[in-house]
Structures are given as C-alpha cells and as structure tokens.
Design a protein around this ligand. Structure first.
Ligand code: ADP
Ligand code: MG
Length: 420
C-alpha cells in the first residue's frame, strides 16, 4: 500500500502537510505518489488504481493546492460522481484535507431542496462535488457557473462515461473552459472507455497502478453454487457462521433488495436497506447509521457499489451475481480498503456458470468454492468455452492483462469448462 515517496517530498503547503498529519495519512499510497506530482504540473491524467487505495485524496490534494486567491466566486474545481452518497463522502474528504485553509466545498445532488445548494453557491465555494443531474439543473438556473473552473474530475470515470451518464457529462464539459485540466479516476478503465475519454482530455497521461490484478488482493473471494429458492436460507446460515462486523448484501433489483431486507429483518436485528427508490432522507439516515456502525447488514443495489468507503465492512455478499464483471470489482471493493482484510461471497445459480467465468477472466483470478453445512452443491453445470471467445472480441469488456491463472491445479486444456 505504501510507496517510497513521502508527502514531504511533494512540495505541498504547510497547511496541507498539517491536514494530512491530522487525517492520519502518514505516507502517500502508490496512486497518490504517482498522480499528485503530475496533477500539480497541470497534466491531464487517467488514473487506474485498485478500490480503497486513496484515489479521492489523489485528486483532492492537487486541487486544494492549486486553488487561486482573490475574488473568485465560482468554483475552481468540479468533481463529478455517480451517486449522491458518494458526493457527500467526497465532499467530506475535501473538508478534511482543507483543514486550516480557506477552501469551501459543496455537495450538489438531487433529492434535497435545491435552495440550500443555490445559497451555498451564492456565498462562494472553491470546490463543487456533484452528481451530473443536479449539476446540470444548477447550471441551467444560472446558479452554477463553470467559467472559473480550472480542473474537472470524473471519479468512477468508466461509470460516468457509460451510456447512462454520458450525454449529461458531455453537456457539462461543453460548458467548461477548454483550457481546463481533466482528471479521470477508477479501479476499472476498460480500453474502450480509455479511447472514448481521450476525446474530453488534452494529451492525457495514463497511469495504471493495477496492471495485473484489478480487484483487491487483501480480499478473500469465494462463491457458492445455490438454487435460487435456497439463496435466502444460505444467506442466513452464512451470516450466522461468519458473524460479520458489517456486511453489504447486493441484489440486482430494487424489488429484490426490498424482499431480501424484509425477510432478513425478521431474522436479524440491525438490518437495513438502500436503493434508488427510497426517499433521500431515508437514504441519508441509513448511510449515516451504516457509517456509524449501527447497521450491521445493509441490503443494497449497486447504488452503493461504487466509491463508498466504510471501514467496518468486513463482508460482501453478492446475493445476485452482478450483471457486468466490472460491477463485481467495485462491489467487492467496498471491503478490504487501505490494505485491511475482507471477504466476499458470490451466490451463483446453477445456470450462471458463464457469468462466474467472465468475472474470473476479468479479475484474472479464480474464486474459491465455499462450502457450508446443509448447502452441498446441487448440480454441476459447466460454463461454455464460448465465454472465452466473447471476452476476446474487443467488445465492451476488456480482456485480461494476461491469461488468467486457470492452469493452476494442473487442469488441462478444458480449463474453462469448470464444474461449479
Ligand atoms: P478509492 O477511491 O481508491 O477507493 P478512497 O479515496 O475512498 O479510495 O480511500 C480509502 C480510504 O483510505 C479512506 O478511508 C481514506 O481516508 C484513506 N486514505 C487515503 N489516503 C490515505 C493515506 N495516504 N494514508 C492512510 N489512509 C489513507
Ligand atoms: Mg473512490
């Protein structure tokens, strides 16, 4: 996790060094050591580094160090993030690192009265962190002007540039000064996204701090083969065996989240749920309780799949296998942060062998089969070799950096036809 560089060698201000010491950041992580000096020089950077390795401070430090003095009212930096919860968390990191400096940060996100955010902007802020929808809304009301923006960050860049957000991102970028600096960060930047991103950047430097293993190396990763109707009982048995400090249980749909939460809350106390259909004040309350360690089991959609940093999360359960393999990387990356240990269990239905194989190819690592009494494997389906062909066709998903270590254990040429 540590790099050889120190914060002292980075020519940071005394205020910043004091804030870092206050935060307990003794030395920069690799992505911070690599990215901060380049960002301070004004270069556009695409930075890829594993989940939980301090990408937020990697962009927040150069932003705060580069703020101009004087009578500038509009924000000098704009950070775009995919979810409201992440906007709040990133704002809090800015506040922490701006300790002792006059740098005001605001989180701009939907589901909250817009008035307060407008007033905050009116009073003057240096850094705005927001979700694309609310940022556009504020821009169209004339409350948010991008004229003074020197630097734009797309955190979770691949998500921000996927089809759901791209039109909004393009609108925002078109209104920002063309001589701005642009930083893109994510744990996963597949080649098609990298190519696309270049359109919005000026001769970007690509810094990759996880060339081989994209998922956290301190996270033990297992799977269970389980019939759909037995998943819930397996979840209860697993939680009772594991006694997690805190767990996120990911389901594919909001309805699925509601159902699992409803059943789980009858069996276990300290269970809550979060998804995009809940009112924002409910989402805020659940997240605050989860951060405070008062919620032990959080049943969730991918709304908390990206970026969320809660140190108590010891277990990730993929109750439903994620639809896209990169979502697997991000979900699992909610544990094992900053070198701490974590464990992830993925529930795989007998017919989902191909999905599991795709994930393994993407992360360049095999998941280990887990066992628990009473849930012996019900069927032994195989993944077809065609999955491999799909992966190699240069489509939306990136091929692995090197062939996956499937040869381990002396499995022969049929190594991709695995029993689950
Ligand atoms: P990422 O965006 O890479 O997933 P985060 O920026 O959320 O990671 O940081 C993960 C955790 O590491 C946060 O709790 C953050 O406070 C902490 N952190 C960041 N930089 C350092 C550092 N240099 N030393 C110690 N802890 C750090
Ligand atoms: Mg992050």
């Amino acid at each position: 996790m540590r790099s050889d560089t120190t914060f002292d060698q980075m020519e940071l201000s005394d205020e910043m060094l004091a804030a870092l010491a206050n935060a307990g950041y003794e030395s920069p992580t690799p992505v911070q050591a690599g990215l901060i000096p380049r960002a301070l020089e004004g270069v556009d950077v695409m930075g890829q580094a594993r989940t939980g390795t301090g990408k937020t401070a990697a962009f927040a430090i150069p932003i705060l160090e580069g703020l101009r003095d004087g009578k500038i009212r509009g924000p000098q930096a704009l950070v775009l993030v995919p979810t409201r919860e992440l906007a709040v968390q990133v704002r809090d990191e800015f506040v922490k690192l701006a300790d002792g400096q006059r740098a005001r940060s605001v989180a701009l996100y939907g589901g909250k009265p817009i008035r307060q955010q407008i007033e905050k902007l009116r009073g003057g802020v240096e850094v705005a962190i927001g979700t694309p929808g609310r940022v556009l809304d504020l821009m169209s009301r004339g409350a948010l002007l991008l004229n003074d923006v020197d630097i734009i960050v797309l955190d979770e860049a691949d998500r921000m540039l996927d089809i759901g957000f791209r039109p909004d991102i393009e609108k925002i970028l078109r209104r920002a000064p063309t001589d701005r600096q642009t930083l893109l960060l994510s744990a996963t930047i597949p080649p098609p996204v990298e190519r696309l991103a270049r359109r919005y950047m000026d001769a970007p430097e690509v810094l990759n701090f996880s060339p081989v293993e994209i998922s956290g190396d301190t996270i033990d990763q297992y799977y269970f083969t389980v019939d759909g109707e037995r998943k819930f009982d397996l979840l209860v048995a697993l939680m009772s065996r594991e006694q997690p400090k805190q767990a996120i249980i990911f389901c594919r749909t909001k309805r699925g989240v509601d159902k699992v939460h409803h059943r789980l809350a009858r069996k276990l106390s300290e269970a809550e749920c979060i998804h995009g259909d809940l009112a924002q004040n409910v989402r805020d309350r659940v997240m605050a309780a989860f951060r405070a360690g008062k919620v032990r089991y959080l049943v969730a959609t991918d709304v908390v799949g990206r970026g969320i940093d809660v140190s108590g999360i010891s277990h990730i359960i993929n109750y439903d296998i994620p639809q896209f393999c990169d979502d697997y990387v991000h979900r699992v990356g909610r544990t094992g942060r900053m070198g701490s240990e974590g464990v992830a269990y993925t529930f795989v239905a007998p017919e989902e062998g191909n999905e599991l194989t795709r994930i393994e190819i993407r992360i360049n690592r095999l998941l280990e089969r887990a066992e628990i009494d009473g849930f012996e494997t019900v069927a032994k389906p195989t993944a077809d070799a065609s999955v491999l062909d799909e992966m190699g066709d240069g489509g939306d998903e990136a091929p692995p950096a090197k062939p996956p270590p499937f040869g381990r254990g002396g499995r022969g040429p049929r190594r991709y036809r695995r029993a689950l």
